[in-house]
Design a protein around this ligand. Structure first.
Ligand code: FAD
Length: 477
């Protein structure tokens, strides 16, 4: 028989089992906040091996932490240093793109495939998965499904869960639930696949999915506007929506604080606007029809925005490299902030119309905690998702770090006040579970606990994520 790890080694083979010393890439999270100490990292290459692995963990009461590309930002894909009797399970070797259906516009793909690789393969067939995010070079399909990732196009194309037509999942008892159907209409009972979208690895390991695709855009127009206020930016958004309807594919806003930090930390990133405005707004239109010309739309939007004084300046990308430069400004905002020093991230959402007031209220609340804190809100204007990030003033990093709890309370109280969500697109992970419990109703908390108990009664799958560990003990009453 051998010890548990000996049994794992013989099941997984040499390249399928890594001990902790040789697995730093898997045991540290993306933000390098934690260095975990699991028993090791399992990398099964087939579903059959994965099923046996899960059964072995059940028999030995060893916890499983599923991992995709490990780009999550809330400590969902790595255990805490205190969680020792656990293994990380990476399915990166199960990454085949199995079938592209150009008639039904779907792809069937193993969950370890990386988003960018999938986009290349389906792009060759004239299709796209309308999910674009900064981590696309590493994030995997299983991770994107399990966090129900959002990104730039969620306002129009939905979140990752909205793209999932079918799934295969290895359940905590080691059995496979095979629900991988390629159907848009399927009302035969509870929508089980939806349970696993956003479940953050707490209910099973996603191994395969069929995803709904869209035709690849053939024309794109991109515009960067300087606005005096977020209310003005919302007027531009409204105008863009009425001019172009579903052709509006992205509306990203940035605050002067984020652009200033970026210019200080990454001077190679160009700011195409003459000055740093209070807010910058990146608007993009895309179309997959050769019959539609987007140029008059973007010109009209610029003209109207300047005429009505919703914008004080604007730049239209004249070619692909200029377009990339406009996007670089948005995409590098988090990097500029990271390089500046200590930071606190809050991935939250409020109703779109409440965004200006929410940012005002939350900013004032943070300034009352520390007057000199740098407030850097940016994000997805059209779906109300703000990355309400804070940075330390240059002369008081320790004081800033010591006030973490007070800042969190200030931001999350404001979110609750606007009937928003404390976890818009990154999920809860291990970071936000107790916070979620404070904002959930008792009924909601009990429902989540019962779902977890029904599918994972021994709580071996990502214990402590979504449902607090104290809530994972058997339900009384
Ligand atoms: C630069 C950058 C930009 C980002 N931008 C965005 C953005 O715009 N929008 C957004 O939503 N997120 C964003 N993220 C967050 C992150 O990329 C997403 O949450 C992504 O979906 C995580 O995918 P992953 O494969 O890296 O999963 P991981 O980080 O490995 O895991 C995330 C969670 O899913 C679980 N999991 C992973 N694979 C499986 C599986 N096969 N079965 C079951 N559970 C599994 C893990 O246990 C964990 O709880 C960004 C991150 C970075 C670093």
């Amino acid at each position: 028989m051998g010890t548990f790890t000996e049994q794992l080694e013989s099941l997984l083979g040499e390249s399928g089992w890594l001990n902790t010393e040789s697995a730093a890439k898997y045991t540290t999270d993306w933000l390098k906040l934690t260095q975990s100490q699991p028993l090791g990292v399992a990398r099964p290459a087939t579903v059959e091996v994965l099923c046996s692995l899960v059964q072995l963990c059940q028999e030995n009461a060893v916890q499983i932490v599923p991992q995709g590309g490990n780009t999550g930002l809330v400590l969902g894909s790595v255990p805490t240093p205190a969680e020792r009797s656990c293994i990380i399970v990476s399915i990166e070797r199960m990454n085949a793109i199995e079938h592209i259906d150009t008639i039904g516009c779907t792809v069937t793909v193993q969950a370890g495939a990386v988003l960018e690789q999938l986009q290349c393969a389906i792009g060759d067939a004239g299709l796209t998965l309308p999910l674009h995010l900064g981590s696309g070079g590493s994030a995997q399909i299983g991770g994107l499904i399990s966090t129900n990732a959002g990104g730039y196009h969620a306002h129009r194309d939905g979140m990752m869960g909205d793209r999932v037509l079918g799934l295969d999942v290895v359940l905590p008892n080691g059995q496979i639930w095979s629900g991988n159907r390629a159907l848009i209409k399927d009302n035969a009972g509870y929508d089980l696949k939806r349970l696993f979208c956003g479940a953050e690895g707490t209910l099973g390991i996603v191994t395969r999915a069929t995803l709904r695709l869209e035709p690849l855009p053939t024309s794109t127009e991109t515009l960067l506007l300087a606005c005096n206020s977020l209310a003005d930016a919302l007027n531009v958004l409204r105008c863009a929506q009425s001019l172009a309807g579903p052709l509006l594919s992205a509306a990203e806003f940035m605050h002067s604080a984020g652009i200033s930090l970026l210019q200080q930390q990454c001077p190679q990133v160009n700011n195409p606007l003459d000055t740093i405005p209070p807010y910058a707004l990146l608007i993009e239109f895309t179309s997959s029809s050769d019959m539609l010309n987007l140029q008059p739309i973007v010109e009209r939007l610029l003209e109207q925005s300047l005429e009505k004084q919703w914008a004080i300046d604007g730049v239209v990308a004249g070619n692909e490299s200029q377009r990339k430069a406009l996007w670089q400004l948005r995409e590098e905002i988090p990097e500029g902030q990271r390089l500046h020093g200590p930071q606190l991230k809050h991935d939250v959402s409020v109703p779109v119309a409440s965004l200006p007031e929410f940012i005002d209220v939350a900013t004032k609340a943070c300034h009352s905690v520390m007057n000199s804190v740098l407030v850097n809100p940016f994000g997805h204007l059209a779906d109300g998702n703000v990355h309400f990030n804070l940075s330390a003033p240059i002369d008081a990093p320790d004081e800033f770090v010591a006030l973490k709890q007070e800042f969190n309370t200030a931001v999350y109280d404001a979110v609750v006040g606007f009937n928003g969500s404390i976890a818009a697109e990154h999920g809860l992970g291990r970071n936000k579970v107790s916070l979620a419990d404070q904002t959930r109703s008792q009924t909601e908390r009990l429902l989540m606990k019962k779902i977890k108990q029904a599918i994972d009664p021994n709580s071996i799958m990502n214990r402590g994520v979504i449902v607090a560990p104290s809530d994972e003990d058997p339900i009384k009453g």
